[in-house]
Design a protein around this ligand. Sequence first.
Ligand code: SAM
Length: 333
Amino acid sequence: MSVLIDTYGRTHRNLRVSLTDRCSLRCTYCMPHDFAAWLPSEDLLTTDELLLIIDVAVSQGIDEVRLTGGEPLLRPDIVEIVERIAGLPNAPRLTLTTNGIRLPDLAAPLAKAGLNRINVSLDTLSRERFKTLTYRDRFDDVIRGLQAATHAGLFPVKVNSVLLKDVNDDEAPALLQWALENNYSLRFIEQMPLDAGGIWDRTTLITADEIYASLSQHYALTPVDGRGSAPAEEFYINGTKATVGIIGSVTRPFCGACDRIRLTSDGQLRSCLFSITETDVRTVLRDTSKSTANKREEIAARFTKTVFEKLPGHGINDPSFIAPPRPMSAIGG
Ligand SMILES: C[S@@+](CC[C@H](N)C(=O)[O-])C[C@H]1O[C@@H](n2cnc3c(N)ncnc32)[C@H](O)[C@@H]1O
């Protein structure tokens, strides 16, 4: 088996696969509510194409695949996709990030198909704020989705929250209390400059330090050792085994331990959320002059190239930083 090691010695084992750039919510920090610049549907990878790429990636040492988007549960054949990935020889550990809206129907079939774990995004416990933040009145669906995930045995159900100044930045302790009561594993994510509307503003960023300070007023937090390549800094809560995570992507970058590569829904490999270059694998897949063996070889070479060209860090804090042309929804969070 070959291994995807970059020039800084980082071994890549985690592939984030975006299944679509479309979403059923319009989170303000992700895309404008009237966003319409969708990828052409003929550019989206078919399920067979996805499976071939993932199989090649597994042969190069990828052992965890996270399905994301856009909203991955909008993909009509999502259960089949999970089943086929879980059925691959040397199947990777399979996780999924979702807004949760379709989970009441899909949590049990996904668990049965072989999904190992799930992350659900929820930024507020207020139905009204949810509407303001997402431009959709779907708070109750997300709550039902979380319950369905628990009932389906997708344990531990992880919840991702982004805090925005003067919108929901007063909710960190309440979100944590709610997560503890419901046995969800909560992680706060710093807002990153990845929105299609260009609204990110460093001066209004709710930082990892501020989140920690807000939680510390109500909970005793003790750092958990052994973070490895995980994006979140984890803390034990009140001396128990329960934990909360803080992902300080902007103010406490963790690029030195990054083990992630991304595949967009239109077949472009990216070495970082913030890459401004991509490596195309879709045209390799659609080249009718190539045999499957040739395609596999070429795709493997393009994974190697992507990793080889990976920069040491995301550069958000460099004066020369340029945000990537794709928004988060079209990269895959
Ligand atoms: C892009 S979404 C895709 C998956 C799915 N639709 C969901 O809601 O989880 C994945 C995660 O990225 C987060 N996200 C989106 N834009 C972000 C930004 N600008 N900064 C930080 N996190 C962001 C979302 O809150 C969500 O937790």
